[in-house]
Ligand binder design. Sequence first.
Ligand SMILES: Nc1ncnc2c1ncn2[C@@H]1O[C@H](COP(=O)(O)OP(=O)(O)OP(=O)(O)O)[C@@H](O)[C@H]1O
Ligand SMILES: [Mg+2]
Length: 429
Amino acid sequence: MIKINSLELDDVKRIRAVKIEPTANGLTVIGGRNNQGKTSVLDAIAWALGGDKFRPSGATREGSAVPPHLKVKLSNGITVERSGKNSDLKVIDETGKRGGQQLLNAFISTFALDLPRFMESTSKEKANVLLQIIGVGDKLFELDKQESTLYNRRLEIGRIAEQKAKFAAELPEYEGIPKEPVSASELIHQQQEILARNGENQRKRERAAQLRNECAIIDSRIAALRSQLAELESKRLEISEDMRIAELSVADLHDESTEALENNIRDIENLNIKIRSNLDKEKAEMDAKQFKDEYDTLTAQISNIRNDRRKLLDSAALPLPGLSVENGELTYNGAKWDCMSGSEQLRVAAAIVRKLNPECGFVLMDKLEQMDIETLDEFGKWLEAEDLQAIATRVSTGGECSIIIEDGYVKGVIPTATEENKMWKAGTF
Ligand SMILES: Nc1ncnc2c1ncn2[C@@H]1O[C@H](COP(=O)(O)OP(=O)(O)OP(=O)(O)O)[C@@H](O)[C@H]1O
Ligand SMILES: [Mg+2]
């Protein structure tokens, strides 16, 4: 893992002459008051190691007669130097072999040189960087997609289930009514049978009456036609026997009432309306229940997916305990980026960037005044445990600072190169 062993910076941005040997493991705090050149140190390191895209716009210190000179020695034996009018890059490995920017790019992470670039990326981009590191991005994406599909389906089903239940509740319900619609033709058939039987009775009655009538006529004729008495008496005998039988059968006859059926026929339409309404209600209730059941199934599926998702993240090797990805956004102890404190943001960024390129053992951090002394101390210990070197700036001149920058110099260090001899070196004299 590559660390920065030493830095020599001259005449770059606000820096006049600065030499630093950062601690290999943990925090090197560059302190000082505002505008003294602290951030210029970080900018110079980024330019030296990151290439031309990190070149500061005003690279040469105003008032300097010589071009900037940067020299960075790395723990893998590589020395990086920029010097001369064109600030040419010179990369030399421990065997003395020359290399170029590409050699540096293999083990230096852009984010380590430019932490703000990570910190200012969107929540989604941060989450993607984390997922890339822990290698569960594809699976998590698949789970999130499934969850969102099920969630939307459930939302839709829930809405329908609610509508169906409401519809079912609004339908009227009638008590004491047959389950199936009643058929009118069956009742009409019964009525016709009764009417037919009654008609038969009527015929019998009429026949009896007719016979009675004939008897009467004959009786009167007997009286009138005494002469025909014998003949008529025999006739009378014959008829009176028939009459007796007829009278007997008539005596037992009784007519059935069709009133109830008539009422039923009258009521049947009303009844059927109610029956159909009850059937509709039953169907609507079943419908509503079916959608409710589907809703519950979807809820169970969503909860399974969320479990899988949690297990997936739990099983992944996270760069920092408490980091996670929720709805595609990076979270730390449940808080999204904009809800984290400044110091938490720095720690999360350092942890992620550290894992992004495991070869790169250092990170540059500006504006560490966001951390109070206690947090700073704790952060330093965490860096040490992670075997990570952090070169940081802090607006402070307190004891927590490793060095103090004042007017472009390291305070307390007597500058070795004066303006004059630098000019002489550059051949201006
Ligand atoms: N090429 C340059 N030559 C001289 N001065 C410069 C040059 N570029 C920037 N400056 C000045 O350097 C100062 C900023 O330097 P730098 O950012 O390193 O300070 P700092 O110590 O980090 O300050 P702060 O605590 O405010 O962050 C500004 O006053 C700016 O005008
Ligand atoms: Mg600064």
